[in-house]
Design a protein around this ligand. Structure first.
Ligand SMILES: C[S@@+](CC[C@H](N)C(=O)[O-])C[C@H]1O[C@@H](n2cnc3c(N)ncnc32)[C@H](O)[C@@H]1O
Length: 704
């Protein structure tokens, strides 16, 4: 299972009719070229000599894995046909099958994951930017990687073009598949074949296990069964348990026909939930919460998908290189990879690697970042434009910040904030490694925005969450999330989302957008948070995310009705797209935020948001306008307020929120001479922590 999911494409499932047709065409096309390719590529022939399939039990459930070994020899006709019918992948290596457990090796000991995580300081988010040894400017000469002479791409330029899109160099499309590529291709396809065989075998065994079927109606609620495992201290028989799981789902799928007489749906569902807890190792609370998101069969697929790792993906850093060049360099180092899917121009899915991906020269030079494919989505939805001002409210370790910077081509500015100081240091590491020059790193509780600074063209809130979308990565979520978490986290998320909205500039000529995302699939952390924001901030509306795949957000859920536009929000599931579970929503701010009702008795804001002050939306006047306003003589007391206003305007023009400034009380002399309060030195205060305003492009607050 692990190998299979790692091999599977990420993104929208292909249209079956179309894809099989196109595969056939590709096969026919390739068949005519095959002899030629062989000659050109040095005639490496590969054949699996043994295909092993095994079914093993683990604490968390059954998994099956496939393994294949290869030797030189002629492929059989059947193998040929199969190989040719599949898309090629790129490889520079022939090595043993990677399994889920190989991920750490692949990443190079330090498991690097710039992805989202729930808990601060979680060991899962430790892409702390090995600011390792680059060659001076951090870039390696491309020649260094191109000279090997092992060209790597399919000789079919059309196919190549389709797979490497706009950001690619056209001339490279001429390159041929190498012997190494054929080897990688062969291995991939054999693995898939073996996986299919193992799956078929598993199904057969499951069918054979269904001995408890009485006629057409499985006896899943047998008393004997009920006592087994759940109540008893004996280790459950996982095969029997799995068999009962599938039987119960069958019954729930076709209840009137398959349910035992006198048994209710509730009884079957209760049994199924118990079995899910036992088989996959979830707490009853979380199992039920996740189960309720789907019809029973789909829930089963979701729980199954959480048992296998998602593919390893790297994002090309287009500030430093192009995807094609990066692919070529890595292939030359023995990495087998292919583009992540048509939906991304920068992602590469890695199948296997002879080198640790977190320590290659290309990694250290910032040519790529290890990043889950689903983490691309919020940034794609945000769609930052060049020269804009962007706020990334919860930014560490910086996977999305650096992606934003790349899309903005290092222009404009990004305020990359995270409340966790040590994670913010990792963020700085990544910013440096990837050559980001337009980011300002800060270390505030994001609830302090927009008091710290506001008026952004776009705001990303990739919120801290429970991580129910990344259980495959962090199985501890199965048991360590409690009801309390699902009250506290949404509460925080709601507060942060209001602050995100208040930090956006509705008058922005290019933007005024806010993206809210989580790596969780629960409704409490997603649709309910969005609904709350829509209610509290009538000055925003939901807009399309622009993402080409994803399941629509819930418009109603367990008796709750949400805004009809909620379907514009998008959900991503591991079982549907082979990506981490994710939620992405996009708002457009259409009017100024209402005055803060901080002390107005709102139960969700009264105690916690009284420190949030709305952005001062007083129009920023020009110098000329100020001059005009100066006509008509001076009245000391009246002028003071204009002078103060002018000073506030000046601060705002410099990107500083005047409300966050510590004003010195004017001395009596200053007051008499029309002088007003002055900002307290160069520091801008937010709470008690200063922002250091440095001359360099990256400004670091309080992080040493
Ligand atoms: C999902 S992770 C962000 C991942 C990041 N966007 C990326 O792509 O690399 C959530 C982050 O929120 C931060 N966080 C939690 N509470 C916060 C708060 N009140 N203010 C700001 N950041 C917070 C955590 O430290 C964590 O780094």
């Amino acid at each position: 299972m692990g190998v299979g999911r790692r091999m599977k494409k990420q993104g929208p499932p292909p249209d079956l009719g179309k894809s099989s047709a196109s595969k056939r065409n590709a096969a026919e096309f390739d068949e005519s070229k095959r002899g030629k390719k062989r000659k050109a590529s040095g005639e490496i022939k590969l054949q699996p000599i043994a295909g092993k399939s095994s079914i093993k039990s683990t604490n968390s459930g059954l998994r099956h894995s496939t393994k294949g070994t290869f030797t030189n020899g002629k492929p059989t006709q059947a193998q040929k046909g199969r190989h040719l019918a599949k898309e090629p992948i790129m490889s520079g290596a022939l090595q043993d099958v990677s399994s889920d457990d190989d991920a750490a090796d692949l990443l190079g000991g330090d498991v690097i994951d710039d992805d989202d995580n729930n808990d601060e300081g979680s060991p899962l988010d430790i892409d702390n930017g090995l600011a390792g040894s680059t060659n001076g400017d951090g870039l390696f000469a491309q020649d260094e990687f191109l000279e090997s002479g092992s060209s790597v791409y399919d000789s079919d330029p059309q196919q190549e073009k389709g797979r490497f899109s706009e950001d690619e160099d056209e001339s490279d499309a001429e390159e041929k598949l190498t012997a190494a590529n054929i080897a990688g291709l062969s291995r991939k396809l054999d693995l898939e074949q073996e996986e299919d065989a193992a799956e078929a075998q598993l199904e057969l065994e499951e069918a054979a296990l269904q001995t408890n079927i009485d006629g057409d109606r499985p006896k899943v609620l047998d008393d004997e069964f009920e006592d087994e495992g759940v109540g008893s201290r004996l280790a459950p028989d996982l095969q029997v348990l799995r068999s009962r799981l599938t039987d119960t789902i069958r019954v729930l799928d076709d209840f009137s026909k398959l349910a035992e007489v006198g048994r209710s749906r509730v009884e079957y569902t209760g049994q199924l939930l118990k079995d899910i807890c036992l088989y996959y190792g979830y707490s009853p609370y979380l199992a039920e919460k996740l189960f309720n998101l789907f019809p029973p069969r789909e829930a089963f697929a979701f729980f199954e998908a959480n048992e296998s790792a998602r593919p390893i993906v790297i994002r090309t850093n287009t500030l430093r290189t192009h995807r094609r060049e990066l692919a070529q360099s890595l292939i030359n180092r023995g990495v087998t990879l292919e583009p992540v899917g048509k939906w991304s121009k920068v992602g590469l899915q890695v199948f296997e690697s002879q080198v640790p991906l977190g320590a290659t020269p290309e990694y250290l030079a910032g040519h790529y970042i290890l990043q889950a494919a689903s983490s691309f989505l919020p940034v794609m939805a945000l769609a930052p434009q060049e020269h804009e001002r962007v706020l990334d409210m919860a930014a560490a370790p910086g996977g999305k910040t650096t992606h934003i910077a790349a899309l903005m081509k290092n222009t404009g500015s990004i305020f990359a904030n995270d409340s966790n100081k040590s994670r913010a240091k990792g963020l700085i590491g990544n910013i440096h490694r990837l050559g980001v020059k337009n980011a300002i790193v800060c270390n505030y509780d994001a609830k302090e925005f927009p008091r710290v600074i506001g008026g952004f063209d776009r705001v990303l809130l990739d919120a801290p969450c429970s991580g129910t979308g990344v259980i495959a990565k962090d199985p501890s979520v199965k048991t360590n999330k409690t009801e309390k978490d699902f009250m506290q986290l949404p509460h925080l998320q709601k507060q942060l989302l209001l602050c995100a909205i208040d930090s956006a500039d509705h008058t922005s000529k290019t933007g005024g957008y806010i993206v809210y995302s989580t790596c969780s699939v629960t409704v409490e952390e997603n649709e309910q948070v969005v609904q709350y924001a829509l209610t509290k901030r009538p000055n925003v509306k939901l807009v399309e995310t622009g993402l080409t795949f994803g399941v629509d957000g819930f418009v109603s859920y367990m008796g709750k009705q949400f805004d009809s536009k909620m379907k514009m929000t998008k959900r991503f599931y591991p079982h549907a797209y082979n990506v981490d579970g994710f939620f992405v929503s996009k708002f457009r701010k259409v009017a100024p935020s209402p005055e803060a009702k901080a002390r107005g008795g709102d139960p969700d804001t009264a105690s916690n948001r009284e420190d949030v002050v709305m952005v001062d939306r007083t129009p920023i006047t020009t110098e000329d306008e100020k001059e005009e306003g100066a006509f008509g003589g001076f009245d000391e007391s009246e002028d003071e307020k204009y002078i103060e206003k002018a000073k506030r305007n000046r601060l705002r023009r410099n990107g500083i929120n005047p409300r966050a400034v510590n004003w010195k009380k004017p001395t009596a002399g200053q007051a008499r001479s029309g002088g007003a309060a002055q900002p307290n030195g160069v520091d801008v205060q937010a709470g008690s922590r200063p922002i250091v305003r440095a001359a360099s492009t990256t400004v670091i607050q309080n992080l040493t």
